[in-house]
Write a protein that binds this ligand. Structure first.
Ligand code: TRP
Length: 367
């Protein structure tokens, strides 16, 4: 067994999500919450968001007619792949279903500090490209606020006020800062805390939810501690925690390096090739064996992608599951379904991304 390591900058090994809930001290998603999310994106309906902090309070505030919002960010390491979409699809779904504002900070500074070989200019360039990908998802321009740390420099005012309230030892304990790292790493948590409280700085005190992968929880905990400090007197932000989207090979997190990633800019032929060549299959070694024993949907990456991202209909998904597990559907057939779905999505997405250029101004916050 490999050792499991989870921190904001490191995810390795096999992940036991129930254990993580205990370890991080978060709360599993209840039936009450599930029920409120039944019209939302499959990511929220099918258990991929498995844990939370105070999301019940967020729902209650909304049902009482109070202001609520969503904030989730993007570290622009490079061009986006489908795994990067997860928190943004959820933000969009919450916006559609609850009519709330969405805030999207782009932490070009984070990646600039963390990635040794990323130049300042590249960080800016990737941010701009990422922003177009995000706008292409169809957010409501009247209710969506996007900003880059290197461009919307007003954020620094808030980060500085927060930084003053974080001791070096707190940051070190939460983020595993080691002596060889540049000091940008030590300051960055103040920046991300400023992102998370930004909806309240920007409008007024209210509860905001942060959909993130569970590795980002240390930032949430830190921010919750700071929010109620008398300097700020803000609401503790809520959180929704996602499992990691596996890479095509079946590894626990779709990390940004290496083959086996599907980029939002991939063309149809590339997608087909990648899925057919790399997607880990839960099917059997021979057709005869597969017909007899059926496929294992729990480990099958094409099935997992359909479940998480690409098959919105619960009935269809169940039908596919039964056919695959009974051996009636073969691996190649399952892969073909996924390839078509991804390519349909990417075709629209790439078109929307070109359109997005015209609408940039409607989304970008100005200093
Ligand atoms: N650090 C996050 C990541 O690497 C990106 C991010 C920046 C973020 N600001 C945020 C996430 C605020 C949630 C809230 O993915």
């Amino acid at each position: 067994m490999t050792k499991t390591v989870i921190s904001p900058w490191e995810v390795e090994g096999d992940i036991d999500y129930k254990k993580l809930i205990k370890q991080f001290g978060t709360t599993p998603i209840s039936d009450f919450i599930n029920n409120k999310l039944k019209d939302c994106h499959p990511l929220l309906r099918r258990g991929i968001y498995f844990s939370h902090r105070d999301f019940d309070k967020w729902l209650k505030a909304h049902s009482e007619g109070k202001k609520v919002s969503v904030i989730t960010g993007r570290g622009p390491s490079e061009k986006m792949h489908i795994g990067h979409l997860v928190p943004f699809l959820v933000a969009k779904s919450l916006q559609d279903n609850f009519g709330c504002d969405v805030y999207i900070p782009i932490s070009d500074d984070e990646k600039f500090f963390v990635k040794k070989n990323l130049s300042f200019e590249e960080a800016l360039k990737y941010s701009e490209d990422n922003i177009l990908d995000l706008i292409a998802l169809g957010f409501d321009p009247k209710k969506t606020f996007i900003f880059q740390d290197f461009v919307y420099t007003d954020i620094y005012k808030y980060a500085a006020r927060i930084a003053k309230r974080i001791t070096y030892s707190t940051a070190k304990a939460a983020f595993g800062l080691t002596p060889g790292k540049n000091i940008g790493w030590s300051f960055y948590p103040a920046m991300q805390a400023a992102h998370i409280l930004f909806p309240q700085f920007h409008s007024r005190k209210h509860i905001s939810v942060v959909p993130v992968a569970i590795d980002q929880d240390p930032f949430i905990r830190l921010t919750r501690d700071i929010a109620t400090h008398k300097d700020f007197n803000l609401e503790k932000p809520a959180a929704l925690h996602a499992q990691f989207v596996p890479s095509l090979h079946g590894g626990s997190k779709m990390s940004s390096s290496g083959e086996g990633l599907i980029f939002l800019s991939d063309d149809a032929k590339t997608v087909k090739k990648k899925i057919n060549k790399y997607a880990f299959s839960g099917g059997q070694a021979t057709i005869e064996e597969h017909r007899k024993k059926g496929g294992n949907t729990k480990v099958d990456i094409p099935f997992q992608y359909l479940k998480m991202l690409f098959e919105p209909s619960d009935e269809k998904l169940e039908e596919i599951k039964q056919e695959y597990e009974s051996g009636k559907m073969l691996t190649g057939e399952l892969k073909a379904i996924l390839i078509e779905k991804i390519n349909d999505f990417l075709k629209d997405h790439q078109k929307n991304k070109i359109e997005a250029k015209k609408n940039l101004d409607k989304f970008i916050l100005k200093n």
